[in-house]
Design a protein around this ligand. Sequence first.
Ligand SMILES: Cc1cc2nc3c(=O)[nH]c(=O)nc-3n(C[C@H](O)[C@H](O)[C@H](O)COP(=O)(O)OP(=O)(O)OC[C@H]3O[C@@H](n4cnc5c(N)ncnc54)[C@H](O)[C@@H]3O)c2cc1C
Length: 309
Amino acid sequence: MSLSRNILLWASRNEWLKNRVPKMKFVQKAVKRFMPGESVDDAILATRELLKHNIPTTFTHLGENITSLEEAEINAQHYIDLLDRIDKENLDVELSLKLTHIGLDLSFPKTVELFLQIAYKAHKLNNNIFIDIEDSSYVDTTINFYKRIKEKHNNVGLCLQAYLYRTMEDIKSLVVINPCIRLVKGAYKEPDTVAFKKISQVNNNYIELSRFLLKAIIEKDIRVAFATHDLNIQEHIKTEASGIGLCKDKLEFQMLYGIKSAEQYKLASDGYRIRTLISYGNHWYPWYLRRLAERPANVGFVLKNLFNK
Ligand SMILES: Cc1cc2nc3c(=O)[nH]c(=O)nc-3n(C[C@H](O)[C@H](O)[C@H](O)COP(=O)(O)OP(=O)(O)OC[C@H]3O[C@@H](n4cnc5c(N)ncnc54)[C@H](O)[C@@H]3O)c2cc1C
């Protein structure tokens, strides 16, 4: 892992910086590259544009590691109201959320209770919810949580990270319950006791996991979303999929708003399923630093905003 990536991931968890950096105007300006705005209205406006190109979206209300159950209830209610709004406006928008945004650090049973309310609402409105995966200390709890929710609701998916050594075993243990999986490389700072360090190793593991998952799509008719901007990996998956007879419209990619937009349009026009994840909200600091860490050259873009004030 590069030094600059390490520094950015360290900064993403630093409280002193977290309290100061988001107030800087030039950083606020730079964040707009990755999110259309802080409000739901901004995310909906961006969705309407993407839908014109047959690209549906997923919304993430930014926030994590909250410190009171009162906040957890407010956040859960936000998701429930949002599902109503999406339904009323007849938009193809799914939700994705972090369990620590609805209280996982504080109470497992309360988080289950709140999540079930959201999942039930989504079920009634024929919508789907994904559970984001956070750093490796949460993976066991999140997978157990998912298995428990899956007993009651089919409309819930789980994100898994290819940089973790354990992920193939996790997928094998999940495949028996017909999961819905979003596969990513992984965005956190992890020790080499749990995660591959070299990007080539992460990429190889991503390809190995995707090969297994492509077969599972065919054999078990499960939904898998390959969430990566890595065009080499996307090509690999497309070739592999067509080799085993998986139709384009069964192959789903997911990408983040503002990253490789032209390629997102191209996937849609080529007949693949592509969904864009849009983040909004004002707690964007740790999330934004993780985006910078994915491509430290992005820091140059932030500095450009400082000098172009
Ligand atoms: C829909 C979606 C959901 C996600 N959910 C989670 C989650 O729940 N948990 C989690 O740990 N991670 C999540 N991630 C983030 C993921 O783990 C990676 O950190 C991120 O996607 C970058 O990895 P990559 O696969 O694009 O490959 P990389 O090798 O990092 O990137 C490939 C290429 O894409 C471009 N690129 C990638 N990131 C950026 C960027 N920030 N700015 C500009 N260009 C960039 C660059 O050209 C780069 O060379 C999610 C990603 C997506 C797309």
